[in-house]
Design a protein. Structure first.
Ligand code: KG4
Ligand code: ZN
Length: 352
């Protein structure tokens, strides 16, 4: 089975062809990714209109290249998958429309993919792991701890009540004058800094459940930075190190809460999977590996280029869904919001 995947929900345009391997994981035949980071850097964040236009400009070339690198043509495919949300609506429409058009023209089945489900299933493509597993999904837009029970079957154990983890890294970077995206810069600065110089708060620590709250930590960082301004290079490094240490403590504590909630209903997870752009952070990875070793859990972190947004995860989700006979038709509309666990979302919004 071979599927083309298209990703345009945020600031990467990507097209990829993935094949189902004999062992049940995925063979990535091509994964063409074009990042728009440079186009958004001057604004300190992603500008939706610029993103949508940039996707339009490169997508068909990228699809052509993905097919060429994979050495397949449209007729060799078993289906076409496109991310249909959640994300920036202009960009989502670009990729979704392109995917539908290709499916229609080539008479192939079409799959509208939930971008979060694609992040959630990536570890099955890379490592062939079985359900159920515990997932920490942490990016610039999302922070969730989820029980992944099966394709389309997710139980959200925790989420952030304010900022996403990547967003907190980006905002701290911005207040310290470090360029966007801030996560990697903060991590680099932290290497030179003293994680104990500032005793920043660890919001939600030891609270029941697995929810996050990061805006208080972000505010504490801002107040401290203002108090000691002007900042010398060593101050920036110490703030980054102390901030990152606080985030690490919070992440491990919340994953611990998530594991407890997981076990209460879903038994023993086959693994702890860490996905999303924040999974690139070495300090967070190391702390979670230590935690997993203590609790006898296997940790799976997909390679970095598959943790951040990419078309391969969309193609793989297409394979997972096609295998179960799940396809979508041409009326499927782009979804700016599309929770993995709709039930948890309703509870969260006070509607249930
Ligand atoms: O998954 P992703 O590529 O895009 C989405 O947000 O969907 O994640 C990007 C986010 C940004 O907020 C970025 O600052 C953060 O991941 N990030 C990091 C690191 N590398 C990327 N955060 C902390 N440490 C890093 N090394
Ligand atoms: Zn993403």
């Amino acid at each position: 089975m071979r599927v083309l995947g298209i990703e345009t929900t945020c600031d990467e345009t990507s097209a990829s062809v993935v094949a189902l391997s004999a062992s049940g994981s995925g063979d990535i035949l091509s994964n063409e990714v074009m990042s728009q980071i440079a186009e958004h850097a001057a604004y300190g964040g992603v500008v939706p209109e610029i993103a949508a236009r940039a996707h339009v400009e490169v997508l068909d070339r990228l699809v052509g290249r993905a097919l060429q690198v994979a050495d397949v043509s449209l007729k060799d495919l078993d289906g076409i998958a496109a991310a249909a949300g959640p994300g920036l609506i202009g960009g989502v429409i670009v990729g979704l429309t392109a995917g539908k058009a290709l499916a229609l023209a080539s008479r192939k089945p079409f799959v509208a993919v939930n971008h979060l489900e694609a992040h959630a299933l990536t570890a099955r493509m890379t490592d062939g792991i079985d359900f159920p597993y515990l997932l920490l999904l942490a990016s610039g837009g999302h922070t969730q701890i989820v029980s992944v029970r099966g394709v389309g079957d997710y139980r959200r154990l925790g989420t952030t009540i304010d900022d996403a983890i990547g967003e907190a890294f980006d905002k701290v970077a911005k207040m310290l004058g470090l360029p966007y995206p801030g996560g990697p810069k903060v991590e680099r600065e932290a290497l030179q800094g003293d994680p104990q110089r500032f005793a920043f708060p660890r919001p939600m620590l030891r609270r029941p459940g697995a929810d996050f709250s990061l805006s208080g930590l972000k505010t504490a960082v801002r107040l401290e930075a203002e108090r000691i301004a002007p900042l010398r290079p060593i101050d920036v490094a110490d703030i980054c190190a102390s901030f990152q240490a606080a985030v690490v403590d919070v992440v491990v504590d919340r994953v611990r809460g998530g594991l407890k909630a997981f076990r209460a209903e879903d038994g023993h997870p086959t693994a702890l999977v860490v996905a999303g752009g924040v999974a690139a952070n070495g300090a967070i990875r190391r702390a979670l590996s230590r935690f997993a070793a203590e609790t006898g859990l296997r940790v799976v972190t997909p390679p970095l280029d598959l943790c951040t947004d990419n078309g391969a995860m969309i193609a793989w989700t297409g394979i997972e869904r096609l295998r179960l006979g799940l396809t979508d038709d041409m009326t499927f509309a782009a979804r700016p919001r599309w929770p993995l666990d709709a039930r948890a979302e309703r509870v969260h919004n006070g509607k249930a």
